[in-house]
Design a protein around this ligand. Structure first.
Ligand SMILES: *Cc1c(COP(=O)(O)O)cnc(C)c1O
Length: 346
């Protein structure tokens, strides 16, 4: 039986076009800035996001951590949403690498209240850390891929900038947000100073993320990338796949979003499972377990036996993610298998 992998959009395999582009990529030593394919990818990313410059990094985590290192100083405080990736899933990097402490604020589907951000900014006082950076996340992973309301992005950035504090966006899936809103990605990121986005998720490239911002910011970020061991050599082999991702894989994210919606509607009809449809905005579905026989862990195991793979993200919650290697027909097969699995019990 074929298994349908809905654990994450990171499981996507490179397309034939990507493999061809990688094979044929013109390369050089990127630490000397001599890899023409990396240079092209960085220029293209900056252009698409409406910023001056970009930096190719191996992972989204490195992109976010390089951004924090570049924006902040040791002993400062970084304001983050309490369920954000940069805080929860990056191995304590803000503390370990930048020597900063975090101030977490609650979010509504990832969106922090601009007034709460303003209240969290430290006044000038010899006892206090300085507030060095505000981080936001779009789309917001832990809330199920919700898109930040654009007026919230603008309001949070306005507050931070009024206090002289830069704003970094973890835009791992910013292209999902742009496709969901039907707006150019440059418009979504216009209020913020820097953005990280991933090529390796829904865009299906094998490896890579970009950090984007002003030329001055990226010049400094390049030094921190080197510090973290991210100065790669003939990285054009990887960048070539990224260029294909940006050219061919953005518009089709709409298919993933349609599949996620269908998946969510079908799951909501399975007795004992619940989905808040208002949160199904892009390519993720968060499922709450009402059936007392299951926990997140045992439901994942039961689905696995029926050929559907997903992740538990809480004691009574699982997450399913659609992507280009899951077709509309796969979604129907998965729904059928999940209904049978729930009926059969743990
Ligand atoms: C995946 C992800 C990252 C990190 O990307 P990696 O390439 O896995 O290091 C950062 N932020 C969010 C919201 C993500 O989903």
């Amino acid at each position: 039986m074929k298994s349908i992998d809905l654990r994450s959009d990171t499981v996507t395999l490179p397309t034939p076009e990507m493999r061809r582009a990688m094979y044929e990529a013109e390369v050089g030593d990127d630490v000397y800035r001599e890899d023409p394919t990396v240079n092209r990818l960085e220029e293209r990313a900056a252009e698409l996001l409406g910023k001056e410059a970009a930096l190719f990094v191996p992972t989204g985590t490195m992109g976010n951590q390089v951004a924090v290192l570049t924006h902040s100083r040791r002993g400062e405080e970084v304001i983050v949403e309490a369920e954000s990736h940069v805080y929860l899933y990056e191995v304590g990097g803000i503390a370990a690498l930048s020597g900063c402490q975090v101030k977490t604020l609650p979010g509504v589907r990832g969106a922090m209240d601009p007034a709460a951000v303003e209240a969290a900014i430290r006044p000038v006082n010899v006892h206090f850390p300085r507030s060095g950076l505000v981080c936001i996340e779009n789309t917001h992973n832990r809330s199920g891929g919700c898109v930040l309301p654009q007026e919230n992005v603008a309001a949070v950035a306005e507050v931070a900038h009024r206090h002289g504090i830069p704003v970094h966006m973890d835009g791992a899936r910013i292209f999902n947000a742009a496709v969901a809103l039907g707006r150019p990605v440059a418009e979504l990121v216009a209020p913020v100073d820097s953005v990280m986005f991933c090529l390796s998720k829904g865009l299906a490239a094998p490896v890579g993320s970009l950090l984007v911002g002003s030329r001055e910011f990226i010049d400094e970020a390049r030094r921190y990338r080197k510090l973290l061991g991210g100065g790669m050599r003939q990285a054009g082999v990887l960048a070539a796949a990224g260029l294909v991702a940006l050219e061919l894989m953005v518009d089709r994210l709409a298919d993933d979003h349609a599949n996620a919606r269908r998946l969510a509607e079908g799951i909501a009809e399975i007795p004992g499972l619940a989905v808040d449809m208002a949160t199904v905005q892009t390519n993720m579905v968060m499922v709450d377990i009402v059936d007392p026989r299951f926990t997140g862990r045992t439901l994942v195991q039961a689905f696995e036996r029926w050929g559907v793979r997903c992740n538990d993200v809480g004691p009574r919650r699982i997450r399913l993610v659609t992507h280009k290697d899951v077709t509309a027909a796969d979604v129907e097969l998965a729904l059928d298998a999940m209904a049978r699995a729930v009926k059969a019990g743990p």
